[in-house]
Design a protein around this ligand. Structure first.
Ligand code: IPE
Ligand code: IPE
Ligand code: MG
Length: 240
């Protein structure tokens, strides 16, 4: 079923959970789940772009995920490095400029000063190269935490000399500055929590939880979620 454009979220956040359990259930190492999860992300992002969603935020690594074994952390960073490097190479070889050709902008949300330097450089490069693209925005939440986002915003405001702030000032100092808040947040793998994802921005987000593990999540599952969103009555405090 085709969903009417005005019933689609403008901004979707994905809490891509369940990679490890997906792998473990198959007797595979957890990293295989992350690998399949990265492939799924590319497909889901393409699908969002096709149907006309304007912003997608994927939660790739949280400020709490440093508590995992170093080997797993390195593997997750490696997957992101492979993807961004591939995109940067395509951007460099003119004519094969996939992201720019499709007018897709990449933004990184989170404090990347803590991640390996070569990956920081690749991320900074892709952000700079796609800065003028405006058909679609893919936010990669990397070393992202909703609380860190707010703390960082407050420190930015203090540094700018402000002694009193309003909600708009805070929004404008978050990693998502200039972007609309997420309308719809989807979490896979059955846990019903936000795990520090977009705490300020999610004030009026519609939430959707599915038991499907992220590596099994497909455009078909996303359509089901989008149909649920389309039927919801977003009241924002009003009577109807
Ligand atoms: C989500 O999958 C990916 C990241 C947190 C990076 P998990 O690795 O959390 O998978 P489970 O929850 O252990 O199954
Ligand atoms: C949330 O998943 C973070 C990401 C998807 C990157 P986690 O697996 O880290 O969340 P918890 O620990 O189950 O709350
Ligand atoms: Mg998890």
């Amino acid at each position: 079923m085709k969903i009417k454009k005005d019933k689609l979220p403008i901004h979707i956040g994905f809490i891509m959970d369940g990679n490890g359990r997906w792998a473990t259930r198959r007797g595979l190492p957890r990293k295989m789940g992350h690998k399949k999860g990265a492939d799924v992300l590319e497909k889901i992002v393409d699908y969002c772009f096709e149907v006309g969603i304007k912003y997608v935020t994927c939660f790739a690594f949280s400020t709490e995920n440093w508590k995992r074994p170093q080997e797993e952390i390195d593997y997750i960073f490696g997957l992101l490095r492979d993807y961004i490097k591939k995109q940067n190479e395509k951007n460099a070889s003119s004519g094969n400029n996939e992201l720019k050709q499709r007018n897709i902008k990449i933004c990184v949300l989170g404090d990347i000063s803590k991640i390996p330097e070569d990956l920081q450089k690749e991320l900074e490069k892709i952000e700079k190269d796609t800065d003028n693209c405006d058909a679609f925005v893919l936010n990669i939440a990397m070393n992202y935490g909703g609380r860190d986002d707010i703390v960082n915003a407050v420190n930015t405001l203090i540094a700018s000399g402000k002694t009193k702030v309003n909600e708009q000032d805070i929004s404008n100092a978050l990693y998502t500055k200039g972007m609309p808040d997420p309308d719809f947040i989807i979490r896979t793998a059955g846990d019903i929590r936000l795990s520090n994802f977009m705490l300020y921005q999610s004030a009026y987000a519609e939430l959707y939880f599915t038991k499907t593990f992220w590596p099994d999540f497909s455009p078909k599952h996303l359509n089901k979620a989008l149909n649920s969103y389309a039927k919801r009555n977003r009241k924002f405090g009003k009577l109807n």
